[in-house]
Design a protein around this ligand. Structure first.
Ligand code: PAF
Length: 300
């Protein structure tokens, strides 16, 4: 049983990191942003705009040079930054530090545990919609659900009750692997196609050439999903993808935004993870393979 309220350190002060850091602080927890090495460790003002409300909160910061002791670490960086970012604060992490990964893609929890077997790693996924207006100033554009879990853990740890007070709705999911795979499968279809064709999500349904590509890719991703033990997710994948496309028709996917801003993409942790699983099960996934190569070797 957890005594007192946990102090969360947040690694990755983008839109989702700021949203959760502010929500945790407002619920009565301590929340501290972990800044890059060399940044002045001043408190920063985190602003969250939602509807016509503007919530401003001063949050303390630390850098990896500090002597802070981190007992609870929320990681909301880009997938490709997770490993190095956690390594950068490894000397500050308490034994059995709780690390909650709220990042895109799969394979990172395993990587972290390989690097540091003592960590108590949790994974989460959210449908909260938030985007950055300026540094530490975000718009909370759409309310969604946050699901958190750890493989094999049926009941939540002590700190989870505070998360439920801070973030609504927030659900403990004993089958978190299913939720993460379902998100991965959807991302494997929508993200590379929107990034390559430089289109909004809705165009994947409204342009017939793209809609055919969605169907082909859904078949392939469903085959891999079935082989990996996610038969129900495989069966409903076309319907799930259609619903996400319809519900986010005006959005630019995260991968399209990365491509447009000249950032690296998270393709290695999305399609790349799917391809690893496909290879383990001896399943050919030529469409995903070709999309991954085209994204990686695209002209910028
Ligand atoms: O990565 C994204 O942008 C989102 O997960 C999704 C569902 C593809 C919608 O844009």
């Amino acid at each position: 049983m957890m005594m007192g309220k946990p102090h969360w350190h947040v690694l990755g002060a983008g839109a989702i990191g700021c949203l959760y850091a502010q929500a945790l602080q407002r619920s009565g927890c301590r929340a501290t942003l972990v800044m890059r090495s060399g940044t002045p460790a001043h408190p920063v003002s985190v602003i969250v705009q939602e509807d016509d409300r503007r919530l401003e909160q001063q949050l303390p910061t630390i850098t990896p040079e500090s002597d802070a002791a981190i007992s609870h670490l929320l990681v909301t960086t880009k997938a490709y930054d997770v490993r190095a970012a956690v390594a950068g604060v490894a000397h500050l992490l308490a034994d059995r530090c709780a690390v909650l990964l709220l990042v895109n893609g799969l394979g990172l929890a395993e990587q972290l545990l390989q690097d540091r077997p003592g960590l108590d790693v949790y994974c989460g996924t959210t449908t909260e919609g938030a985007y950055t207006i300026a540094a530490h100033h975000i718009r909370h554009a759409g309310r969604g659900e946050t699901r958190i879990g750890q493989a094999g853990l049926a009941t939540p740890p002590g700190w989870f009750a505070q998360w439920q007070r801070a973030i609504t709705p927030c659900v403990w999911d004993p089958q978190i692997a299913d939720a993460l795979w379902s998100k991965l499968a959807v991302n494997c279809v929508i993200n590379p196609l929107t990034a390559l064709h430089r289109c909004r999500n809705g165009e994947l349904a409204s342009r017939s050439v793209l809609a055919r590509e969605v169907d082909t890719l859904c078949d392939e991703v469903a085959r891999v999903s079935r082989a990996a033990g996610y038969a129900a997710i495989a069966d409903s994948l076309p319907a799930t993808v259609s619903a996400v496309i319809a519900g986010t028709a005006d959005n630019r996917s995260s991968m399209l935004q990365d491509v447009e801003s000249g950032r690296p993409t998270e393709i290695d942790y999305i399609t790349g993870h799917l391809l690893k699983v496909a290879a383990q099960h001896h399943i050919a996934a030529p469409h995903s393979q070709s999309l991954m190569e085209r994204i990686k070797h695209r002209a910028t």
